[in-house]
Design a protein around this ligand. Structure first.
Ligand code: EPZ
Length: 425
């Protein structure tokens, strides 16, 4: 079991570079199989989810190799259309490969992606979108069997602006004859990054970042290079760590508007914020005050992924913060663990009420999911004494060298991966 150790009470100071975006790179790695071509993805974060996506690509017959911050994919040799259970289970968002495999090969077999720590993760909107394009999909024995006799452009209206369903619809539409219009599409910045990549592939696509995306046909390109956008949730995480620990840090080479909802919430709490074109500086020198109620919504609303992180930053703020989690059913599992550090949080359904306390005390806690685990790190940085975070493998799914980043800012943290502990024991 991977373990994080945090010795709290040290303020954070310094500049940091933020990793490439997990939630942008995963659909783009799937998009790399839409046409048989060579792809060079720059600024690819070193994450277990990216490793899992590379394993899927290799299983499908593609080449996928990392060279430093770059992942090179050659999908010309793709010779399979199935993703087995073990690979599907490694990364819940593997379903994003479905649309791309259909666009390329017009058949696909995937083990049904299960739920995860955040609750059931249905894919009905994904399947509805693919069926609109002419896919025949049946579910049997825990697997999805998909095929089509030629995808045809269609109008797809999503009943909810699902990020994954929008991405799957975009990728399948690349293989459809004629124009596809996706309405009520998700508007997240990661969708815009996917559009930029598809355009480099030769796809005619527009509208990403708005609720209507249009895609028609493409002229396959032989070789494509793309730089992955910066991770806006990792940026928000770093700001919340500083708000919890105190000090002053500057995020370099970021897109401030991508995480402005989080930045402005921290500013309303009394953090001093300095925004420039591609950097954000946060300074925390006095007790913080509770922000206005936080309600998670699809982009451009407050991001659900940052809810646990802002909660960690609010634990010692004067006053009461009310969180409403509208996106996932079970996204307060970190609250119980935060209370083990002395936090005062009460959860009723989709609402969590955080009452600020004067002090947090280090204690043994367990990470429950990716962002919940990062929230425990953020809270532990502001606690007195030592915190041990068990099941810390969740954190490695989405944060590249998170421990080294915090250590470079003066935090007293250490991370022992499962492999290391196995050799030590
Ligand atoms: C993406 O997940 C992100 N993951 C999530 O980040 C993020 O929290 C989420 O979007 C919302 O922004 C990746 O991009 C890999 P959704 P996704 O489809 O696509 C319901 C992280 O921590 N829904 O927008 O799965 C669903 O149950 C992860 O980095 C259906 O009902 O999110 C949920 O309540 C966590 N039917 C809501 O929509 C469907 O077919 C949002 O899901 C699909 C979704």
């Amino acid at each position: 079991m991977s373990v994080w150790k945090v010795s709290g009470g040290k303020k954070l100071y310094g500049d940091l570079r933020i990793q490439g975006s997990k939630n942008a790179v995963l659909p783009i790695m799937a998009a790399a199989i839409v046409t048989g071509c060579e792809t060079e993805l720059i600024n690819c974060p070193r994450l277990s989810d990216v490793e899992a996506a590379m394993s899927i690509l290799r299983h499908l017959g593609c080449k996928a190799e990392r060279e430093g911050d770059t992942v090179n994919i050659d999908s010309r040799g793709m010779n399979r259309t199935d993703i087995p259970h073990d690979l599907m289970r490694e990364m819940r968002s593997s379903v994003i490969f479905l649309g791309a495999i259909l666009a390329r090969a017009h058949e696909a077999k995937l083990s049904y992606p299960g739920g995860c720590e955040l609750g059931p993760r249905p894919i009905d909107l994904h399947l509805e979108a693919l069926r609109s394009l002419g896919a025949e999909i049946s579910e049997q024995g825990g697997s999805l069997y998909c095929r089509d006799n030629g995808l045809k452009g269609s109008r797809i209206n999503l009943s909810f602006p699902s990020v994954g369903a929008t991405e799957n619809a975009m990728l399948a539409a690349c293989g459809a004859k004629g124009e596809t219009v996706i309405t009520n599409a998700a508007k997240e910045p990661e969708i815009v990054d996917l559009q930029e990549f598809l355009r480099k592939l030769g796809v005619s696509v527009s509208g990403a970042g708005t609720s209507t995306i249009t895609i028609c046909g493409f002229v396959p390109q032989k070789r494509v290079g793309h730089r992955i956008m910066t991770d806006r949730i990792a940026s928000a995480t770093a700001l919340c760590c500083a708000a919890s620990a105190g000090g002053s840090i500057t995020l370099k080479s970021v897109a401030p508007s991508d995480f402005e909802t989080v930045t402005s919430a921290l500013e309303s709490m009394g953090c001093e914020v300095e925004r420039k074109a591609s950097s954000v500086k946060i300074s925390v020198s006095r007790p913080l005050r509770a922000p206005r109620p936080i309600v998670t919504r699809p982009y451009p609303g407050f991001p659900t992924d940052a809810q646990p992180l802002l909660m960690a930053a609010c634990l010692r703020a004067e006053g009461t913060t009310v969180f409403t989690e509208n996106i996932f059913e079970n996204r307060y599992r970190h609250a119980v663990e935060l209370c083990r550090l002395g936090a005062d949080i009460s959860v009723v359904g989709r609402v969590a009420v955080v009452t600020g306390v004067n002090e947090l005390i280090g204690a043994p806690v367990s990470a429950t999911d990716l962002r919940g685990g990062a929230a425990l790190v953020a809270a532990a940085l502001g606690a007195n004494g030592d915190t041990t975070i068990y099941d810390a493998g969740h954190i490695a799914r989405g944060y590249e060298e998170f421990d080294k980043m915090l250590m470079s800012l003066g935090a007293d943290v250490s991370y022992e991966s499962e492999q290391h502990l196995a050799t030590v024991v």
